[in-house]
Ligand binder design. Structure first.
Ligand code: ADP
Length: 318
């Protein structure tokens, strides 16, 4: 990694629940100021990792350093804002009281509390509901108030576990804008989300977990960048041709044959390679029906990693 200090440093982390191995020796870094996405299908170990980083679960082996300290250390925890996926909200508290309570927990000085609470309610668009009890809030509003409590201590690291799952598209856009503001303020943000589009729009670095292991890691730029996915449909595609394609562009994805038409996807570095694909296919006697390029998305990358079952089928990726 470059000279930027790490906000999170994970080394050889393992977590077993009884016999169940949830996290199987993962290592990664999150540089300070990064918006970081933790991805993976159901059961990949994301929540366990997030809970370890939030100091709620202790690893069986390995280390996780958060802002240079242990995640369970009270001083470290004061610099971390955490929004759990399933918050237990005290329904009888008003929005203002709830955020005030968390301001006290975060040691915000008494004289600053009222202003800080107001600022956070404003940030999440709930100032107008400050006096209403949480029992009257919609799921989306609860998600916002959860974010407000995490920000009230002006944390240097914010961990958001599925922050937009209960939000409508406008709510999601607002949370995205909020994350951008945090990034501009130099706050490190960890996002555990199954909404790949959201992650693609907000994160500058990701880790993909699968079955407790890291299967991909890097900057969004390096992983997706300008690469192009080419959808190919053709007849007369034999195994020798597929072997040539595999050799030059890697394992064709989503390979299927229907009514004599073979369809698959390959990822290439530039559009210039379309001609090379066409030539290879033509030389092998295949008849091209379609050769359609599009920019590679995070979903392409994700699916490529969780489609590695022997059956070649998705194992229920989110
Ligand atoms: P994800 O968030 O990626 O869906 P989790 O970290 O929740 O994955 O779970 C990883 C694996 O560990 C799953 O197989 C899950 O069933 C198991 N697991 C998670 N929490 C517990 C627990 N408290 N006790 C036993 N098994 C657990």
């Amino acid at each position: 990694m470059t000279g930027v200090p790490a906000a999170i440093e994970v080394r050889g982390l393992r977590k077993k629940y009884g016999k169940k191995l949830a996290v199987d020796g993962i290592s990664f870094d999150v540089p300070v100021g990064t918006t970081f996405g933790l991805l993976g299908p159901n059961g990949a170990g994301k929540s366990t990792t997030v809970k370890i980083l939030a100091g709620l679960v202790r690893p069986t082996e390995g280390t996780a350093l958060v802002l240079g300290g242990s995640p369970t250390d009270t001083v470290t925890r004061r610099s971390v804002g955490y929004v759990p996926e399933q918050f237990r909200f005290p329904e009888w508290m008003t929005a203002r009281e709830f955020v005030e309570f968390h301001a006290a927990l975060a040691d915000v000085p008494g004289g600053e509390r009222a202003a800080r609470v107001e600022e956070c309610l404003e940030l999440v668009g709930l100032s107008h509901r400050r006096g209403d009890i949480l029992g009257t809030f919609s799921k989306g509003m609860l998600q916002r108030i959860g974010i407000a409590q995490a920000l009230v201590g002006r944390p240097r690291l914010v961990i958001l576990d599925e922050p937009t799952s209960a939000l409508d598209p406008i709510g999601r856009r607002d949370v995205r804008a909020l994350i951008m503001r945090l990034r501009e303020a130099g706050v490190t943000v960890v996002l555990n989300s199954h909404l790949l589009g959201e992650v693609e729009l907000t994160c500058d670095r990701i880790v993909i977990l699968d079955r407790g292991r890291v299967v991909e890691e890097g900057t969004m730029e390096a992983l997706i960048g300008d690469r192009i996915v080419v959808e190919v449909r053709a007849t007369d595609v034999g195994e020798p041709l597929l072997a040539v394609i595999r050799g030059r562009w890697g394992q064709p994805e989503a390979l299927s044959v229907e009514s004599a038409i073979t369809s698959f996807r390959v990822t290439v570095e530039s559009e210039a390679e379309l001609a090379a694909i066409a030539r290879v296919m033509h030389d092998a006697g295949a008849s091209i029906r379609a050769l359609v390029p599009r920019r590679r998305s995070l979903e392409d990358l994700f699916v490529a990693h969780v489609l590695t079952d022997e059956s070649g089928r998705s194992r229920g990726a989110q």
